[in-house]
Design a protein around this ligand. Structure first.
Ligand SMILES: *Cc1c(COP(=O)(O)O)cnc(C)c1O
Length: 331
């Protein structure tokens, strides 16, 4: 049903473990929750983006590129992963970041600099014309004799989609080994490619497994449109005649005040999981999504399920810039 997987570079530490959160599930009194530990895909490459970048970097090299160009927020995990992939491949890296250049460098941004990425900072109003920002940077590097390769926000496009189609394959092997199949796979969704890759993979290989994305920024309608765009790009790029029918199930009720603004309950659940299970979620993506999942279990909506797999998509370096939100009394 799925076409042959394209070439990839082995950048991620795979397969990642699948582990039950037994103590937390017992305290919650609901289904057994499992974590797919994609926070362990690498040390500096931690998280979900490296799975996508395995395919994107292979594509970039096959096209003769020597520079990776991408964009994101100041604390983008995707930008940090791209900066380290570029360093490992001895390519140059340029990041277009949304926000003012801060006085102190922290979290992912500090790591971007250590990895040697060039950075340009842009105000939200300049970001309204992101295409123009990309065009200007590309032109500049072409002028200098580089061959730049452009990666969209979050590496979510038809090429990056393969990262989580193959993660769905890996999960099916995990399920076989662990002797169960979950009714639901839950994931944080930001630029949409992780959710769509999983949804496409399971739709093609094991349609009984449903995938639900918990939005950390945009609305459900946005993700439905974005998924159609990325699917189209995937079909065109790999000349795929027909795709399995995928439903994009996105819950957008737990975004709170907006992207990068975690509710107090999110910070609380991060602390709780750290103490009960020795696992660290992040305030921007995984903490918020996990909070949404737990709320839906508490409300009874998912209470009848036996097994739920939550994909831990990483983000640990994003904890540090929130130090004062976790412990305001110490600030
Ligand atoms: C980018 C990111 C996500 C969201 O993945 P998308 O494919 O962009 O939807 C989730 N968790 C973390 C930690 C991320 O960095």
């Amino acid at each position: 049903m799925l076409p042959a997987t394209p070439e990839r570079l082995p950048l991620a530490q795979l397969p990642t473990p699948l582990e039950p959160l037994d103590e937390f599930s017992r305290l919650l009194g609901g289904p057994r929750i499992w974590l797919k530990r994609d926070d362990l895909t690498g040390n500096l490459l931690t998280g979900n983006k490296v799975r996508k970048l395995e395919f994107i970097a292979a594509d970039a090299l096959s096209k003769g590129a020597d520079l990776l160009l991408t964009c994101g927020g100041l604390q983008s995990n995707h930008c940090r992963a791209t900066a380290f992939v570029a360093a490992r491949l001895r390519m140059k890296c340029h990041l277009i970041l949304r926000g003012r250049r801060p006085d102190t460098f922290d979290g992912n941004l500090l790591l971007d600099r250590l990895a040697g990425a060039s950075i340009s900072y842009h105000s939200p109003s300049e970001w309204q014309h992101l295409d123009r920002l990309f065009d200007a940077v590309v032109e500049d590097y072409l002028h200098q004799g580089f061959s730049p390769y452009t990666i969209p926000t979050g590496a979510s496009n038809g090429v990056g989609l393969w990262g989580y189609i193959s993660a769905a394959q890996e999960l099916l092997q995990d399920f076989e080994r662990c002797g169960f199949a979950p009714e639901l796979v839950a994931v944080a969704t930001g630029s949409g490619g992780t959710h769509l890759g999983l949804a496409l993979g399971f739709a093609a290989m094991a349609p009984v497994v449903k995938v639900r994305g918990y939005a950390v920024c945009d609305s459900r309608g946005y993700f439905e449109r974005k998924a159609l765009d990325d699917l189209k790009h995937w079909q065109e790029t790999y000349r795929i005649a027909s795709t399995p029918a995928v439903t994009i199930d996105v819950v957008d009720r737990y975004i709170g005040q907006g992207y990068g603004l975690p509710q107090p309950e999110v910070l609380h659940i991060i602390e709780q999981l750290a103490r009960t299970e020795g696992v660290l979620l992040d305030p921007v993506y995984t903490g918020k999504a996990f909070y949404g999942l737990v709320e839906q279990i508490r409300s009874g909506e998912l209470a009848k399920l036996d097994n739920i797999v939550f994909v831990h998509t990483g983000g640990v370096f994003g904890v540090f810039p929130y130090r004062d939100s976790f412990y305001p009394s110490l600030a």
